[in-house]
Write a protein that binds this ligand. Structure first.
Ligand code: ZN
Length: 114
């Protein structure tokens, strides 16, 4: 099989596919990517006399990631929040773009267009 056959014809690439690929490439080359979801939950700091000891918990952000059936949680400090949110969003966007390219290829198989 030639390279052209392996990748499909670039000349015949629809604009929607070209856009998706170009955005995907840009994300992967230049941005941080982080898979997981963000979860806000209460946390006790452990200091006696703190409001959290009376049940008024501090709200903290966690990144929740499941890997091979195990769920892991990572505390996100305040000064990391914006960066982590962006990385998680980038990963989400990259996945969406991959799905878009995948749908196009599904159609190509369905309609027998190599
Ligand atoms: Zn506290």
């Amino acid at each position: 099989m030639s390279d052209k056959e392996a990748s499909g014809s670039r000349a015949g690439m629809a604009p929607v596919e070209r856009r998706a690929r170009s955005r995907l490439a840009q994300l992967i080359h230049t941005q941080g990517l982080l898979r997981g979801s963000l979860l806000q939950r209460g946390r006790a700091c452990g200091k006696s006399g703190c409001k959290c000891a009376r049940g008024e918990l501090h709200q903290s952000l966690y990144l929740v990631v499941s890997e091979k059936g195990r769920t892991r949680q990572l505390f996100i400090p305040k000064d990391w929040e914006a960066l982590v949110r962006r990385w998680v969003q980038n990963h989400h966007d990259a996945r969406e773009l991959m799905e878009e390219v995948s749908r196009i290829h599904w159609e190509r198989v369905r309609t027998r267009k190599k």
